[in-house]
Design a protein around this ligand. Structure first.
Ligand SMILES: Cc1cc2nc3c(=O)[nH]c(=O)nc-3n(C[C@H](O)[C@H](O)[C@H](O)COP(=O)(O)O)c2cc1C
Length: 206
């Protein structure tokens, strides 16, 4: 009996491993609800991951949070918050590919959009909202009109960067006559929490 139970548990574990993919991080959903929510992010160096996790906390802890590279099945969710880090005006290829591959599955389910960008360490504003949300993410995700969107200031963590990426940004700072590129962190958890809360406050009724 004990052996059979062990075998069943092992097989169940194997199934989970196959579904999640090898090395997939554990999902932490403190307060799962009846409807299924997910926050999907595109990132190179983790800023958009942190923004996604903090937005999920602002949503009340009921959303699963996925890196687009995990290729989650977006059809499994009722509500989606989609967001990405920005390099050269766009998110990572894997992010846009996931959205495009799930274009039908996500229709009518997008509840929020977010972007994280450096903006040369200057505060983001209406211009970045137009560029990254209205003109880029909203059409990519085919979001309904009025879906809330927010751009956050991001960060640079030099030790994580590829030499090529580091050189691009360092050279840009030099060309523009800015002080030498140093680590910075302008992403604010309270802003992300607040955005999550604001999404809940604007849910369509019915
Ligand atoms: C190669 C490279 C290109 C970037 N291009 C832009 C850009 O076009 N506009 C911008 O505002 N920030 C740009 N950034 C800054 C990133 O958006 C910022 O560092 C962000 O926090 C990265 O998020 P991540 O850690 O999730 O990848 C760029 C950064 C790198 C390394």
């Amino acid at each position: 009996m004990r052996r059979r139970r062990f075998l069943n548990m092992s097989l169940a574990g194997l199934g989970t491993a196959c579904v999640m993919g090898h090395g997939a991080p554990a999902q932490f959903i403190p307060r799962p609800g009846k409807d299924k929510w997910a926050v999907i992010f595109g990132t190179w160096y983790g800023t958009a991951r942190d923004a996604g996790v903090w937005i999920s906390e602002g949503l009340g802890g009921m959303a699963a949070v996925f890196d687009a590279r995990q290729k989650p099945d977006l059809a499994a969710f009722d509500h989606l918050v989609l967001g990405t880090a920005i390099q050269g005006g766009k998110g990572p290829r894997e992010f846009s590919e996931l959205i495009q591959a799930n274009a039908v599955a996500i229709q009518g389910k997008v509840r929020g959009l977010f972007a994280v960008c450096g903006n040369l360490e200057k505060p983001v504003g209406a211009e970045q909202k137009k560029t990254y949300i209205d003109d880029y993410l909203a059409p990519l995700c085919k979001a309904d009109a009025g879906v809330p969107g927010r751009v956050f200031n991001g960060r640079v963590t030099k030790v994580l960067m590829s030499p090529e990426d580091y050189k691009i940004v360092k050279d840009l700072y030099e060309r523009l006559g800015l002080p030498p590129l140093k680590d910075y962190d302008l992403l604010r958890r309270p802003d992300c929490l607040e955005f999550g809360r604001s999404i809940l406050g604007r849910l369509p009724s019915g």
